[in-house]
Design a protein around this ligand. Structure first.
Ligand code: MG
Length: 193
């Protein structure tokens, strides 16, 4: 019997926000402070096309695991409308985490709590894309790559920043994989099953 090592395929966990990151919600802010009505009108949101185009090549990338974390409250109607909205833009099959009805903590605390629940050993890097400055600061402090969605230059600066960050992490990840796939110093050959 030889020695077998189970090789976990390391990945980048890419966490995408929805409101004002991929979906423009300005047309329903007049409903506030009626939060329920505000959330339930989410099907009227328009696309933030430059950002949708920028994330598109990474959605099916084998080194990347995509998930959405949104501050939208988890009404069935909101969940259904959010899913339909994403599906209409060819984005489907990714987990979407919503804010629970009794979850009133600050956005960065809520999102960190979700991350601590879903974070797995194979997630070597975490990248978060969000428009909320508080979330960007907090996730940067935690040592993650946090990219803030900004309207400047019709989102072009954000798209460039995102592409540079993800491509560089993909390169780092693959460099690590190539090193790991060589026989180790004890002469055991690692066998992937
Ligand atoms: Mg947002």
């Amino acid at each position: 019997m030889g020695t077998f090592f189970i090789i976990i395929s390391m990945k980048i966990l890419f966490i995408i926000d929805i409101d004002n990151t991929v979906a423009e919600n300005a047309q329903r802010t007049h409903l506030l402070p009626n939060w329920e009505a505000f959330f339930k009108s989410c099907d009227t949101d328009t696309s933030i096309t430059p950002i949708l185009n920028a994330i598109e090549p990474y959605l099916k990338h084998s080194d990347i695991e995509v998930m959405f974390i949104t501050g939208r409250e988890e009404y069935d109607e909101v969940k259904h409308k959010t899913q339909m909205w994403l599906e209409q833009r060819n984005i489907s099959g990714y987990p979407i985490h919503y804010r629970a009805h009794n979850e009133y903590s600050k956005s960065f605390i809520f999102k960190e709590r979700v991350l601590s629940r879903v974070h797995k050993p194979e997630h070597k890097y975490v990248v978060i894309l969000d428009d909320d400055e508080g979330i960007i600061k907090h996730f940067t402090t935690l040592g993650h790559t946090a990219i803030q969605v900004k309207r400047d230059n019709d989102y072009l600066d954000t798209c460039k920043e995102l592409k540079t960050a993800l491509n560089s992490l993909i390169d780092k990840l693959n460099l690590g994989k190539n090193l790991n796939s060589k026989p180790n110093l004890q002469g055991n050959l690692e066998v992937s099953t």
